[in-house]
Design a protein around this ligand. Sequence first.
Ligand code: PLP
Length: 230
Amino acid sequence: MTELRPEPSGLAGRLEVVRERVASAARDAGRDPADVTTIVVTKFHPVAMIEELLTLGVRDFGENRHQEAQGKASALAGNDLTWHFVGQVQGKKARQVRAYAQVVHSVDRESLATALGSTESSIDCFIQVNLTDDPARGGVAPSGLDALVEHVLGTPGLRLLGLMAVAPLGAEPAAEFARVRSLGEGIRRLAPEARFLSMGMSQDYAEAIREGATHLRIGTAITGNRQTLG
Ligand SMILES: *Cc1c(COP(=O)(O)O)cnc(C)c1O
């Protein structure tokens, strides 16, 4: 049988599928799809993939390792794109991260907030909440959230957008995201502007949208399986 139209490349096809599912999940939840930003997490994938995603209209990219992110940001300097840093940040790398990232999703302690802050310019950030009992997962424990919010609000150069979280493995994502939504409502007593929620990954973004996610961090559903960079 002859193909009448060329198949879209794997990447373009997966992106299209995710875009349609995001839009329909938003509509099902009574939300405007334009209020949901999809960040494509490109960790372990080469610059060439990011260039292809740029031609497909993607403008928001996520990375979780500083060295890799820094290299990609410098290779792609001059393009109209937004870098979201979604991984754990070492204090001594904070100033380097803020040199290329426009948004840091993983502020989880006061010392990091202080190190990221600057009196010369400002950067957007989310506070990451740890939904597990394992401190190694990153994120502030919910019991420490208010204190960290106050610290971030008092740090020059940080603009608090809201909360970020990763649903724990094996947990029911809808319940976890509902918890993040309610923690987000709680911090708005202190930070009325901090109304955004960074949550939802390849496996659970539809549930996240239902619970009010405004920033999805989607990797493999769009990029395909991660390879290690050579
Ligand atoms: C890798 C990563 C993602 C994307 O994960 P997928 O399951 O590939 O969609 C999202 N958030 C963070 C913090 C990540 O490290």
